[in-house]
Design a protein. Structure first.
Ligand code: CA
Length: 425
């Protein structure tokens, strides 16, 4: 039972109405407090909650949890416990912080070791990501890129409507929000030239994506079906898959993305569980022409209505909203991605990250990359300060935000924010 999701529940911790973190969210993250104390936590409003301290004080009694499961610097051990245990923990946290529950509410001494102000914390990478896969599941994005590089007739490759295209990315360079990203150096082929040059990328871009984090999967050689897939899902984060388009364009044939992608990707620090996202399920796009092969069949309500925003903030300037998209635009759903990923027997581990691919929508203001927003530089974006952007400049900060709302409630992911540093020659 998902008692934590009860939309009528109120917390004794103050939460502003526009907060991404009402008591119905209960995300998981890793934070450092007082310069050296690292713990797994959650948050309600702007109050962070130390789960290790709660556990030590006996608040999780009756739930089968290893003693040190929250005294870790990543969520991996916790994720390994599986979706039913994570559900019990979320339900219990909701009970403890329910306004009707006075046990911790009236105990100031315990509150002093459990509660922190989020602005006093440093958020750390929440997960040790052993493997990272990047899909390419937005039909609008794949079509736009296809038109730019191959023309309208051949926009979608012949395989695209039959399988969720993906590639294996690099996990070592995934960083948490707040860490800045350095413009990469590399090879590129100038327009009209026959031989490449070496230098700093001139086509630095973001990709608006969401990533899902998996539970432990099945042994190597066994597959996870679309019906089983949801039991293997832990939570989601916002994912900015930084891209250097000029490096990418020159190097990608025939094996796909490499140095134009692996110099950095940024994630939001709070992992929102799939249980918390239950009220925001929606209908996935129809897949009729062609219908996918039977192993990719899945229920219709396997998409999520998550509003996505991208802001560009020039150095010292104000935020410019440059894109508004939605997770529900994805053609291939998360359960289809996971079923496809494992259909050949490929195994997955607790803490693997699988990103959606750039999530673009039908309208030009729904495009999830500079490549599309400026149509490969042909239509520069105009910012409030009068400047223009084809791609990103040094000192630009990209902020991505994601949230869900319906008539009863709102919850979200917070943000992922990073600034572009000049290249290092
Ligand atoms: Ca990507």
């Amino acid at each position: 039972m998902l008692t934590a999701n009860d939309p009528s529940r109120k917390s004794w911790i103050e939460v502003s109405p526009d907060s991404d973190f009402p008591i119905q969210n209960i995300p998981f993250g890793v934070f450092m407090a007082n310069d050296d104390h690292i713990s797994i936590g959650t948050r309600i409003g702007d109050t962070a909650i130390d789960l290790a301290a709660l556990h030590q004080l006996g608040y999780f009694e009756g739930i089968s949890l290893p003693e040190d499961v929250f005294l870790q610097d990543t969520l991996n051990d916790f994720i390994t416990l599986g979706r039913p245990t994570v559900r019990q923990v979320r339900n219990r946290i909701a009970e403890i912080f329910d306004i009707k529950n006075t046990s911790l509410q009236t105990n100031k001494e315990q509150q002093a070791v459990i509660l922190f102000k989020v602005e006093e914390l440093q958020m750390l990478m929440p997960v040790f990501i052993q493997d990272y896969t990047d899909f390419y599941s937005s039909r609008e994005h794949a079509t736009n890129v296809g038109i730019m590089f191959r023309g309208k007739e051949n926009a979608l490759m012949p395989n695209w409507l039959h399988l969720p295209v993906g590639y294996h990315g690099r996990s070592s360079s995934i960083v948490v929000s707040g860490e800045n990203i350095r413009r990469p150096m590399g090879q590129m082929l100038p327009p009209g030239a026959d031989t490449p040059v070496f230098g700093a990328s001139k086509a630095m871009d973001f990709e608006l994506e969401m990533g899902f984090i998996t539970n432990d999967g099945k042994p190597l050689g066994e597959r996870i079906t679309t019906e089983e897939a949801e039991e293997y899902l832990f939570g989601m984060v916002i994912f900015n898959d930084w891209s250097a388009r000029d490096l990418q364009k020159w190097e990608y044939v025939p094996l796909g993305p490499f140095l134009g992608k692996n110099f950095g990707s940024s994630i939001s620090p709070w992992v929102v569980s799939f249980d918390a996202l239950e009220p925001f399920r929606t209908t996935r796009p129809k897949q009729e022409n062609p219908a996918p092969l039977p192993y990719l069949n899945c229920a219709e309500n396997t998409a999520y209505d998550i509003k996505l925003e991208v802001y560009l903030q020039p150095e010292g300037g104000e935020e410019n909203l440059i894109s508004e998209s939605n997770h529900k635009y994805l053609y291939w759903t998360i359960v289809q991605q996971l079923a496809h990923h494992t259909v050949n027997g490929c195994n997955i581990n607790a803490g693997d990250l699988m990103a959606s691919g750039t999530i673009s929508g039908p309208e030009p203001n729904n495009y999830g990359s500079m490549l599309e927003l400026s149509w490969k530089g042909e239509k520069p974006l105009k910012l409030k300060d009068g400047s223009e952007r084809k791609y990103l400049l040094d000192g630009d900060t990209i902020i991505m935000r994601a949230f869900c709302e319906n008539a009863e409630q709102r919850l979200g992911f917070g943000e992922v924010r990073s600034k572009i540093l000049p290249a290092k020659n």
